[in-house]
Design a protein around this ligand. Structure first.
Ligand SMILES: [Zn+2]
Length: 385
């Protein structure tokens, strides 16, 4: 016994480690589990090594690093494309709608979170602004229902939901929900909403009301009368400001999230291969050489097949017979981490400035033996309120 823990003799350690890793929990959890009842010198390191070498866990590692951010272009006109989402503040449910062009936000209280009440509130708002061409939402039951799909058909809009197999981001709506929640929590939510709508969106430099109605609205802030006379912002100006802001945002995001070059591999490195069509890091292989393209390698699979693979699709794993703690991509500290989440923002969801150093399905992704598609499908982050 040592600090209420059983000291395991060397002969039994291998067996015990296997038991600790039952259920294939990550290093942190395995350590916690061991720590409750057993001990031997070097246990922590041995757990780390064991888990890193577990083939089952390696196969199920999440996709490497975050995908580089791609942003969507601004819609052509106000209220053409909106995102909607439900949120709860102090036990009450609200529907939040946001216009992707103007960032104009509509918030409505919903007595019962059913499809029917959601549809009713949307109809109310559509009476004001017209029917958008596209409505984005998550897969919440109110939006996934038969009723809602019938509503989309009769009102004539396209309903796009975020789903693991069709990664349409609902980012703008999710961000609007954050804004809406702050507004609802204010002492005077109506005044707070009015302020939001009258305040320029920094990236575009026009306010949601200017973009929706071509003029400022009158608030308690002293403003000269001419501001209230309709004068539309030049659409091209709006687009340009938006693009510039998105480009900057995308670059910062990619930097912040490590959407950057992965470590170089050396001949002899052990890897596991996973292209976008594989759901696991199933295929062990050895790097034989660089392929002559940036971030591209020739690997030899265990079955003897030789492939050219992009760095993005190669996960470095420890060599079988030597402890290599510092270099593997298998990051033991973040074993609870899931596949990359969608950016929580906005407009910056698809396409545009791609950072240097992010592996793409360039020529190098064409395998010399088997043809595989390499487009990554990133499961979108679900709104978690
Ligand atoms: Zn495992």
């Amino acid at each position: 016994m040592r600090n209420q823990k059983i000291v395991i003799p060397a002969s039994m350690r291998a067996e015990i480690i296997k038991k600790i890793h039952d259920g294939h929990q990550g290093v942190t959890k395995c350590r916690e589990r061991a720590n409750q009842s057993i001990w031997w010198p070097g246990l922590s390191t041995e757990i780390n090594d064991f888990v890193k070498r577990c083939g089952h866990c390696q196969e199920r590692r999440s996709t490497q690093r975050k995908e580089p951010l791609k942003s969507t272009p601004l819609p052509q006109y106000p209220w053409q494309k909106i995102g909607c989402d439900l949120c709860e503040v102090k036990g009450s449910t609200y529907i939040v709608m946001v216009d992707y062009y103007s960032r104009y936000i509509e918030i409505a209280y919903i007595r019962t979170p059913t499809s029917q009440s959601v549809i009713l509130k949307m109809k109310d708002v559509f009476a004001r602004w017209g029917v958008p061409e596209t409505v984005l939402s998550d897969n919440g039951p109110q939006f996934a229902s038969q009723e809602f799909s019938a509503f989309a058909t009769s009102a004539q809009f396209i309903h796009q939901t975020s789903s693991p197999y069709y990664p349409v981001s609902n980012g703008e709506a999710e961000r609007a929900v954050q804004t809406a929640k702050k507004i609802i929590a204010c002492e005077d939510p109506f005044s707070a909403l009015q302020s939001y709508r009258a305040t320029p969106i920094p990236s575009i430099r026009y306010s949601p009301t200017q973009l929706m109605m071509g003029r400022q609205i009158r608030t308690s802030l002293p403003t000269i009368t001419s501001q209230f006379v309709p004068r539309w912002p030049a659409p091209l100006d709006v687009v340009r400001n938006d693009e510039r802001a998105k480009a900057t945002y995308t670059r910062d995001y990619n930097k912040r999230n490590g959407a950057r070059e992965l470590r170089e591999l050396q001949p002899g490195d052990k890897v596991r291969v996973k292209t976008a069509t594989d759901d696991k890091w199933s295929n062990p292989a050895t790097v034989t050489s660089r392929a002559g393209y940036p971030r591209s390698y020739i690997v030899e699979a265990e079955n003897g097949g030789v492939y050219r693979r992009n760095r993005q699709h190669l996960l470095k794993v420890p060599h079988d017979n030597h402890i290599d703690v510092s270099t593997p991509d298998v990051d033991v500290s973040s074993d609870e981490q899931e596949a990359p989440a969608m950016p929580e923002t906005s407009h910056a969801t698809r396409k545009s400035s791609e950072p240097k150093g992010v592996a793409r399905d360039q020529p190098d992704d064409k395998p010399s033996a088997v043809r595989r598609s390499s487009r990554a499908v990133v499961p979108p982050k679900r709104l978690d309120l």
